[in-house]
Design a protein around this ligand. Structure first.
Ligand SMILES: [Mg+2]
Length: 330
């Protein structure tokens, strides 16, 4: 029987052949008892581990442009969920995918699944299930599952008075890249390849998240903007804090914007960076440095947790600066 709104069974690209062709990777994990193909996947959570689960949706016209490179989209769909696992200090394990398409299109599906699968292999993730439906716009929902030793998951609510505030990598690049792409900011050819990479193929900070186990008191990934996401930590922890704008780690691309408000604005309010913002006792900074040695991103101390219940952004003279909010979901 053909379900209304679904590709017909028997089509070259029926739901079943589509999943079999593009989303049935070979078994790569011994904790997958049963992968794609049955009503459910069967997965084994090792004793002493907690299961961390995160789901994200990317909607055409909202989160990506209709002309977006499908290979990069496959990467990003998984990367944003792995970033949430990183923020909880969870080790990525499995993923499931729900895909809505106006019509099945091999020239889109092939590079999309390649982008997704390439990143999955890099992080030892096995795709264990999926669903495909026909719908008005391309919509990609990806759920990632990770494992964390009992009690070691990093929450938003653990920040303590006196903790320092840190961020990995260089926040603000993705927002600058998007502003240039949309013609809202003059483009600079020198930084175009770097910035496109930062926006289209974010690198989930999984190794950094694992390094923070037992050191950080709270953590979040920067998806909506550094100030907005740090605000989530401070509210959940019942504290406030400050960011010192001159201490923000700017990439050369952002630093090239020079003096003036733009660079700080991108770094504080720009979304889509997928860096980690975390708090930790400053006395453990040497432990942090050892934990990050050999990782592909550094970290910078950008402020302090304080008692007043708000986030203040301070300039070089310690004066408070008005800042914008980050991305709003509705
Ligand atoms: Mg998050």
């Amino acid at each position: 029987m053909t379900l209304p709104g679904r590709p017909e069974v028997g089509d070259d690209l029926s739901e079943f052949s589509l999943i079999r062709r593009f989303f049935s990777p070979p078994a790569s994990r011994r904790d997958v008892v049963l992968g794609v193909g049955d009503d459910c996947a069967l997965l084994r959570v090792p004793e002493g581990r907690e299961l961390a689960v995160s789901i994200d949706t990317l909607v055409e016209g909202v989160h990506f442009l209709p002309a977006a490179d499908p290979e990069a989209l496959g990467h990003k769909a998984l990367a944003v969920s792995l970033s949430d696992l990183a923020a909880m200090a969870a080790d990525p394990a499995w993923a499931t995918l729900a895909l809505t398409l106006p019509q099945p299109d091999v020239t889109w599906l092939k590079p999309f699944s390649h982008g997704l699968q390439t990143l999955a292999e890099r992080f030892g993730v096995q795709l264990v299930g999926g669903d495909t439906t026909r719908g008005p716009v391309t919509t990609i929902t990806l759920q990632a599952h990770g494992l964390v030793p009992e009690g070691l998951g990093l929450l938003r609510s653990g920040a303590q008075l006196g903790d320092a505030i840190y961020v990995t990598g260089c926040p603000g690049d993705a927002a600058l890249a998007l502003a240039m792409r949309l013609g809202r900011f003059p483009t600079d050819d020198r930084w175009q390849p770097y910035l496109s990479q930062r926006l289209d193929r974010p690198e989930p900070r999984v190794a950094a998240g694992l390094a923070l186990r037992g050191i950080a008191t709270a953590c979040i990934d920067v998806s909506d903007g550094l100030a907005a996401d740090l605000g989530h930590i401070l509210r959940a922890s019942g504290v406030g804090g400050c960011i010192r704008i001159p201490d923000l780690p700017l990439s050369p691309a952002l630093a090239a914007l020079g003096e003036g408000p733009h660079a700080a604005r991108f770094a504080l309010a720009g979304g889509d960076d997928y860096e980690l913002c975390f708090t930790a006792p400053p006395a453990l900074e040497h432990v942090l440095e050892r934990a990050f040695a050999g990782l592909d991103c550094g970290f910078a101390r950008i402020g302090e947790v304080q008692a007043h219940r708000e986030l203040r952004c301070l300039d070089a003279d310690g004066r408070e600066v008005e800042t914008e909010q980050g991305y709003r979901h509705f």
